[in-house]
Design a binder for this molecule. Structure first.
Ligand code: ZN
Length: 583
């Protein structure tokens, strides 16, 4: 069977003409997605059939008609849309089927799904006749392989050059030298030559019940007339997703909320299998040695340790609630009325926690209280000792209790900046901070000038903060040199210690204390995961949860290079840094 030349030529010419005029279904598909990226409503609508038959299908069923579609189009573009890969299957010369996997990120978090188009050929070009979108929140991301990066796997081992990391079903399937990790044929491959891969960062000290500014801490600067505390807290409860995005944007893929309102416990189940939020573990309301006033009328974040029965009951309640730990806020009143009594209550908390199988974690910044917490069996100390140099007794107690020491070095400086009414905005990447929080942080400089402390008071404050940091750093070095495990924790949520974005300052303060970049990295990954009790996280090794970060610069040359994030992976879902940033 043959076709004569003139006929073939005519066909080719007409085909070429038709391509020139109408493009291909793939051109229309790309143009359709590009219009979403450009938030160009007119361009977007031009790709759809302007007929009553236009069909849209989603989880709620079928909707038909262009007019109804056009009415709501453009009401809410996503901050970012990743559509990969676009695939076109020709059905007939005039019909093509298109499909892609989508991921959108907006202030309410991120969503994933599958979207389809049926394109039909019209005189005006290829147009969408049918469009569908179905969320697939539980679906595993496609298998992916990063090829050619230098791997710093979080175990403390020497970096592996020209490595391959294969991820499948949300876990690391293989990580190591190229020869040891063949790339599976079905994997999406990403060239990572010239880049560094580290485990996702773990922040062992955050508070979702706090905003990152003073409106969540009226005890630091009381602005409740402008920012009513109950409203601030209701808003935090309603929208923690904005901080989820800030954490992922900053390379933080697991966090420990070590004290807050009861709803923070719900974040655990919500994020355990998520690829759109960091893994959250929560301690829930904390036991406090002082009867602190900062609670809501109908719920408490501080449970006063009035007597032993109250303490033991609170620990058992935490176990029943599914809390990941029992946190004690060990604050000494200025004139300790009865240290033996407080000491006995903390010991009772430790004893009951041991009985029910909950790790005890303690905020104690004084050497005396910290030692007492270690005697009570504290598994994690979530602040530096700032009052004095740690001594041999402290180190022996920490070693005996198997305690992980979390330095939390930078948080006092946020309070100092608030007092001075000067937000040092260059220290945290504000691209990772949601616009509302960013605006508040930037308002620090002009807020409540009448309540500004005197210059003399501010100078004292600055000196005290610097001395505290120096003491904290010296103690960190001493504790680290003694072989006590160290984990990173920022205390994010406190004023100007911003969720996610503050992690870099803490990393750098740990390096400045004399730890090597590798020591700091292990503290911020593997040991952090241990502090959270997560053995499947914190390293890039076969079997671990596929939480990792791809950097543009060498973190072992300088921990500051952790700021240079190219990609963030949470349970195998690969995000670009840019996609996670707030505009
Ligand atoms: Zn804290």
């Amino acid at each position: 069977m043959g076709m004569d030349l003139p006929t073939l030529t005519t066909l080719l010419v007409s085909l070429r003409l038709s391509i020139a005029v109408q493009g291909t279904p793939m051109d229309a598909f790309r143009g359709n997605i590009a219009a979403i990226h450009a938030r160009d409503r007119a361009a977007y609508l031009s790709y759809y059939l302007h007929t009553p038959e236009l069909a849209r299908v989603g989880p709620d069923g079928l909707h038909q008609g262009y007019d109804e579609f056009a009415r709501t189009t453009g009401d809410g573009w996503p901050d970012t849309l990743v559509a990969t890969p676009l695939r076109i299957l020709p059905v007939s010369p005039d019909v093509a089927y298109g499909v892609y996997r989508y991921r959108v990120v907006d202030t309410s978090g991120s969503a994933r799904g599958v979207s389809e188009r049926v394109f039909v050929r019209t005189p005006a070009g290829w147009k969408v006749a049918v469009t569908t979108a179905f969320p697939t929140p539980g679906a595993a991301p496609p298998p992916t392989a990063f090829i050619g990066a230098t791997l710093v796997d979080g175990t403390g081992a020497a970096p592996v050059r020209n490595a391959v990391v294969v991820m499948r079903d949300g876990r690391v399937a293989c990580a190591g030298p190229r020869a040891a990790c063949p790339v599976p044929p079905d994997a999406d491959t990403v060239s990572a030559a010239g880049k560094w891969i580290i485990p996702g960062l773990v922040d062992t000290h955050v508070h979702f019940s706090q905003t990152g500014w003073v409106d969540g801490r009226p005890d630091a600067l009381d602005l409740r007339e402008q920012y009513p505390y109950d409203q601030v807290e209701a808003d935090l409860h309603a929208r923690p997703e904005r901080f989820f995005r800030s954490y992922l944007c900053s390379g933080v893929t697991s966090v420990f909320d070590v004290g807050g309102y009861p709803w923070t416990l719900d974040l655990q189940a919500r994020t355990a299998q998520s690829s759109t939020a960091p893994r959250v573990l929560s301690a829930g309301p904390l036991l406090s040695t002082i009867d602190f006033w900062l609670n809501l009328p109908d719920q408490r974040q501080f449970i006063y340790m009035a007597d032993e029965a109250t303490v033991r009951q609170a620990v058992r309640a935490h176990k029943a609630w599914g809390a990941a730990a029992m946190k004690v806020w060990y604050i000494m009143p200025p004139q300790p009325p009865d240290t033996a009594r407080v000491s006995a209550l903390v010991a009772a908390a430790g004893d009951e926690a041991r009985k029910v199988g909950l790790p005890l974690i303690v905020h104690a910044t004084g050497l005396w209280e910290a030692k007492d917490a270690l005697r009570a069996g504290a598994r994690v100390l979530v602040h530096s000792v700032w009052s004095a140099p740690v001594d041999d007794e402290f180190l022996a107690l920490a070693r005996r209790a198997g305690t992980i020491y979390v330095p939390t070095l930078i948080v006092p400086d946020g309070y100092r900046q608030v007092a001075a009414r000067r937000f040092e905005r260059e220290r945290q990447p504000l691209g990772c901070v949601d616009p509302g929080t960013r605006a508040k942080a930037l308002a620090t400089d002009s807020v409540a000038p009448a309540k500004r402390p005197t210059a003399a008071v501010l100078e004292q404050r600055t000196t005290r903060t610097a001395q505290g940091l120096a003491q904290g750093q010296a103690n960190l070095k001493r504790v680290h040199d003694a072989g006590i495990p160290i984990a990173l924790g920022t205390d994010a949520g406190n004023p100007l210690t911003l969720h996610g974005a503050s992690v870099f300052m803490e990393l750098e303060a740990m390096q400045a204390a004399g730890l090597t970049p590798l020591d700091v990295l292990v503290a911020a990954t593997r040991t952090g995961a241990r502090a959270l009790g997560l053995d499947s996280t914190g390293t890039v090794t076969a079997g671990a949860t596929a939480d990792l970060v791809v950097l543009d610069a060498d973190p072992l040359a300088d921990i500051r290079n952790v700021r240079r994030i190219a990609l963030v992976v949470r349970r195998g879902e690969v995000y670009t840094r840019r996609e996670l940033e707030y505009r």
